[in-house]
Write a protein that binds this ligand. Structure first.
Ligand SMILES: [Zn+2]
Length: 358
């Protein structure tokens, strides 16, 4: 068992000092705190007094031993409209990249993720019903070509058309179009946010195709690779396979790769929304991980798979043969498959994440 802190990512969509309770204040946007071995943000090891040892988790483990990446995420404004590649796409595209072009794929791994809300959280994820998307776009002037493509089931063509048509006037009309389509006030407000923050980002015009969802604390959305999404606002726990492969369609200052994103989409795949509460086992169908955010009490986690226990609030101790560790808020106990069984005692809020792959 090793103890780590998170590696901070100060992306521009983060909340100013939004992750300070689990790291330290910087006076700047704090978007993500990474707990894992991904080279994009390897987690520092700490000693029993929570002081950095100078080593990182990746110095002790191979990438294969740590199959999951866990993040705390604080979104002040919408993240990019993105899609993550499935395994086969990641392997092929990573291999096809050469030194002359841009690095689009950072690793050859699938990225399947789940967001567990720690406070009220809003997201676009998956596709709206065709009827709803069509009635929305009917109120955005000059989008007939996209509407036609959508009507005939040509989703990729509809996306390409909308990206071409993403003018400031059309983007500004999104909230009114959402209202005209009969969408509820919280969705109209989400489009107001998009139009206000991304007034000339053509990707804004793709968001009417995406389904909207609101999560209460404890609820989760599982987003398999191939499903488009854009997290809008809130603080959450994110669990994913250990990959940083993101292909973007818009709402970002980062590069957009439309054809790569379209290639990575799996149109028939849906996100799974889990209306769980803290304490429930969160186990989406076909998920490579299972999560429980424990409030109080004991939980035994068995040897044989990768496990990580992250203290979000309050106190927690991890007991196993020959080791008893007290966690501090923002530190995590990491156990690989060979580490013994462990019992977690929680009094607060502790995220227990286990790989389901043995
Ligand atoms: Zn994502």
């Amino acid at each position: 068992m090793l103890i780590v802190r998170g590696a901070i990512k100060p992306y521009d969509w983060g909340i100013v000092d939004g992750l300070a309770p689990w790291s330290e204040p910087t006076g700047e946007p704090q978007a993500e705190l990474w707990f894992g071995v991904h080279p994009g943000g390897p987690s520092p090891l700490v000693d029993e007094n929570w002081r950095p040892t100078g080593e990182h988790l990746g110095d002790r483990f191979d990438v294969e031993a740590i199959p999951l990446l866990v993040k705390l995420l604080a979104a002040a404004k919408p993240l990019s409209v993105q899609v993550h590649p499935r395994r086969q796409v990641a392997v092929e595209q990573y291999a096809a990249q050469d030194d002359s072009g841009p690095v689009i794929y950072t690793d050859p791994f699938e990225k399947t993720e789940m967001l567990v809300a720690l406070e009220d959280f809003e997201a676009f994820a998956g596709w709206r019903s065709a009827d709803q998307a069509l009635s929305f776009l009917a109120s955005v002037e000059g989008t007939e070509s996209a509407v036609q493509s959508l009507r005939t089931g040509k989703l990729a063509d509809a996306i390409r058309a909308l990206l071409e048509l993403g003018s400031p006037e059309r983007i500004a009309s999104l909230p009114a179009a959402a209202r005209a389509a009969g969408l509820p006030p919280e969705q109209v407000a989400a489009y107001e946010t998009v139009a206000e923050l991304y007034p000339d980002d053509a990707g804004a015009l793709v968001t009417p195709l995406l389904d909207y969802l609101a999560l209460a604390p404890g609820e989760a959305v599982y987003v398999p690779a191939g499903v488009p999404h854009s997290y809008i606002r809130g603080t959450g726990l994110e669990v994913m396979s250990s990959s940083d492969n993101v292909v973007r369609l818009g709402l970002t200052s980062k590069p957009v790769h439309v054809e790569h994103a379209i290639n990575a989409l799996v149109p028939d795949l849906r996100p799974q929304v889990l209306r769980t509460s803290h304490g429930d086992l969160i186990w989406p169908i076909d998920s490579p991980f299972v999560v429980r955010v424990l409030r109080a009490g004991d939980e035994k986690i068995l040897a044989g798979s990768y496990r990580i226990v992250l203290l979000i609030e309050g106190d927690a101790t991890v007991h196993s043969v020959g080791a008893e560790t007290t966690l501090r808020q923002g530190t995590a106990a990491v156990m690989d498959a060979n580490d013994p069984d462990a019992v977690i005692h929680a009094d607060g809020l502790v995220a227990i994440i286990q790989s389901t792959e043995r």
